[in-house]
Design a protein around this ligand. Structure first.
Ligand SMILES: C[S@@+](CC[C@H](N)C(=O)[O-])C[C@H]1O[C@@H](n2cnc3c(N)ncnc32)[C@H](O)[C@@H]1O
Length: 307
């Protein structure tokens, strides 16, 4: 059985069926801690790797360039569409599927791939392509449809949730996923506002938040936008499941590397790694200066020591 047969996942063209892809705005996503990730995964020629968060493919490319095989996943159809050039360039070593990384074990095992994986990468959060595209609703700096879904085939989006959630649920989400101190005031204001007019754009929401929050090192809407994004995409459930599944399909001495961008994400990974042989690395000062996304990044990785 060839690698292609073992990993014969649906191609880019097939995976578009049934989904309307939103327009792709070309924007360069600079991969965070690229060399550190390669070192953490100890990428080797001929090794098998899963990039659970393909995004713009920056990390995937550097793994492929070392002669390894990559199965890339992303929940976002736009990211999968961008992979077409990778499929042409690396027809025998690059494979992509639109899927959540929480299903990586099933996808890896789907075609009976007999071997286990050398390394797995999760680069959490959103890509520059997503934040730059106002229509995706991730950015509080751009006016656009309040969507925030990674997977646009999913029913729940930010707008539908905000216009229907009860107060207690909103307060819990804002506090738990955003550590927002004005959660109750903002939830009350959302309820008042949506009675008059449904909230439909990012700036509708920013205006509400700015009544209670001021710019304080971070934009006033940072915490609420983070909270809604985490909730709408059920991000923490996917991350927790992915860590468990990743460990199952790693070979002995295989490596799992995770890039996190805020303390809540990082705590999930740190807790999971607590009983593993694990390491932590932060970006260098020069990387932080060159790539604003690296500012809050933490790279943790673990080495699987037993089957
Ligand atoms: C920070 S970007 C990855 C960037 C990538 N490493 C690169 O170098 O271009 C994160 C990506 O993960 C995707 N994503 C978020 N949650 C996911 C999940 N549960 N499963 C798969 N992909 C996910 C997002 O759609 C986004 O494209």
């Amino acid at each position: 059985m060839t690698i292609q047969e073992m990993l014969s996942f649906s191609s880019v063209a097939e995976s578009q069926n049934g989904y309307t892809s939103v327009s792709i705005k070309q924007n360069v996503h600079v991969p965070v801690m690229k060399q550190a990730v390669i070192d953490a995964l100890k990428v080797r020629d001929g090794g098998f790797y899963i990039d659970g968060t393909f995004g713009a493919g920056g990390h995937t490319r550097s793994i492929l360039e070392l002669g390894a095989v990559v199965l890339a996943l992303d929940r976002d159809q736009d990211a999968v569409n961008r992979a077409a050039e990778f499929e042409k360039e690396y027809p025998n070593t690059f494979f992509i599927q639109r899927a959540s990384f929480s299903n990586m074990d099933k996808i890896w095992g789907k075609k009976g791939a007999p071997m286990k994986v050398d390394g797995i990468l999760l680069d959490l959060g959103f890509s520059s392509n997503q934040i730059e595209n106002a229509d995706r609703g991730f950015s509080f700096m751009k006016d656009g449809d309040l969507d925030m879904r990674f997977d646009i085939s999913q029913e729940l989006n930010a707008k539908s949730w905000l216009n229907n959630a009860v107060k207690d649920e909103m307060v819990r989400v804002f506090q738990e996923y955003g550590q927002e101190k004005n959660a109750l005031l903002i939830a009350n204001e959302i309820i008042r506002s949506r009675k008059a007019n449904p909230i439909s754009t990012t700036f509708d929401l920013v205006k509400i938040i700015e009544k209670y929050n001021e710019f304080d090192r971070k934009h006033a809407a940072t915490r609420i936008f983070q909270a809604i994004r985490i909730h709408v995409n059920d991000e923490f459930t996917h991350i927790r499941k992915a860590l468990v599944e990743a460990k199952k399909i790693l070979k002995e001495h295989g490596r799992l590397a995770v890039l996190t961008f805020h303390s809540l994400e990082d705590k999930i990974v740190k807790d999971f790694f607590a009983n593993e042989v694990s390491f932590l690395q932060l970006p260098t000062q020069s990387e932080v200066e060159e790539n604003s996304r690296a500012r809050s990044a933490k790279l943790r990785w673990m080495i699987k020591t037993e089957e």
